[in-house]
Ligand binder design. Structure first.
Ligand SMILES: NC(=O)c1ccc[n+]([C@@H]2O[C@H](COP(=O)([O-])OP(=O)(O)OC[C@H]3O[C@@H](n4cnc5c(N)ncnc54)[C@H](O)[C@@H]3O)[C@@H](O)[C@H]2O)c1
Length: 321
């Protein structure tokens, strides 16, 4: 089975590529290896993937689609998992143009490649951020998602709508994956768990926004990879072949307790600095995973104690060995 995975040198991309390669897939990875965060982490992930003989990597930007289109055509690829994007809520306040280039224009190019090459199934990354600030939990796929708090969320919501129109007009089967705060080994340095860990090891104080009252549905990477694998071949069969799933753990934890758990694992304590709410942030996320569980039997297994232990173990090995 062949699959094209964009964002293959990214956090989630790396893990799903590795898993599918282990399961016998031929994986075509695309990434522009940009420097939004430490490029060495992307290069190291890619180095691991390149050891698999069934991995073919193309350094390419989704905002320039010709080479990607040629690759899909040449190898008759029929399955695409689109993860490449400019991620991050806060950076979208500083640099909205990056989100336009990769998440709007780039996404349009992926839709066009999929249409022209008659792709059997396009799965793409969306985010819990599309829900904005809500009062009713858990968040369900059918809830309103038309009040994004950031341009990042707006770009991802646009992707869902753009994909829906391609499903409707061109009959392109599409599945949107609304990920909820994913963490784990080889994770993203711009995310809280990474920053907390880095600061605790360096004895630096940790900043907590919204006075530490934020709550998140923290999802461990292995569970997310399970979910993607369960959905890869679930091609939407409705009249308009389009579907959206929450992919989370189905539980919400405070950022403060997450931080305390990291401190416990590292065996060090640092000072906390409480800050007010940041523009773009939402106060709480908590996914309903009923839809994906009913459809696929998805059952997330990792609690935050075990997940954080794995992350901290990886961090020590990666940075101090
Ligand atoms: N990690 C999370 O908690 C989370 C939560 C919700 C949604 N998501 C979404 O899931 C996807 C994967 O996220 P991640 O955490 O692995 O992020 P990541 O930044 O680690 O991975 C994205 C990869 O895409 C690449 N990329 C970016 N723009 C590109 C372009 N124009 N052309 C080619 N490659 C490009 C980057 O170099 C990077 O390696 C993203 O779409 C993100 O928005 C992630």
């Amino acid at each position: 089975m062949k699959i094209l995975i964009t964002g293959s040198a990214g956090f989630i991309g790396f893990h799903i590529c590795k898993k599918l390669l282990e399961n016998g897939y031929k994986v075509f990875g695309i990434d522009n290896l940009n420097s939004y965060y430490d490029i060495n982490l992307k290069l190291d992930r890619n180095k691991i993937l390149k050891k698999y003989k069934n991995y073919l990597f193309l350094k390419s930007d989704i905002s320039k689609p010709e080479r990607i289109n040629n690759l899909v055509k040449k190898y008759k690829i029929k399955l695409i998992l689109h993860l490449a994007a400019q991620a991050g809520v806060r950076y979208s306040i500083e640099k909205p143009e990056k989100y336009f280039e990769s998440n709007i224009k780039g996404f349009f190019n992926i839709l066009e490649i999929s249409r022209k090459n008659k792709i059997n199934h396009l799965l793409f990354a969306s985010t819990s951020s599309v829900y904005g600030n809500k009062n009713k939990f858990p968040l369900k796929e059918g809830d309103r998602t038309d009040h994004p708090e950031s341009f990042y969320a707006a770009s991802k919501k646009s992707n869902e709508i753009m994909a829906y129109s391609y499903s409707s007009i061109y009959n392109l089967p599409c599945t949107g994956l609304r990920f909820f705060t994913v963490y784990g080994p080889y994770g993203r340095p711009d995310m809280a768990i990474f920053k907390f860990t880095e600061n605790i090891f360096n004895g630096k104080k940790v900043e907590l926004f919204n006075e530490g009252k934020h709550k998140r549905d923290f999802s461990y990477i292995d569970d997310i990879i399970d979910a993607i694998q369960l959905l890869v071949h679930k091609i939407p069969e409705k009249n308009i072949p389009f579907d959206i799933y929450n992919i989370g753990r189905g539980k919400s934890e405070s950022l403060l307790s997450f931080f305390k758990e990291i401190e416990k694992n590292i065996g060090k304590t640092v000072k906390l600095k409480y800050l007010s709410m940041q523009k773009g942030d939402v106060k709480k996320t908590h996914s309903s995973i009923t839809k994906i569980s009913k459809k696929t039997g998805y059952n997330p297994k990792k609690n935050i104690q075990a997940g954080i232990r794995n992350f901290v173990d990886w961090y020590k090995k990666y940075y101090f060995n």
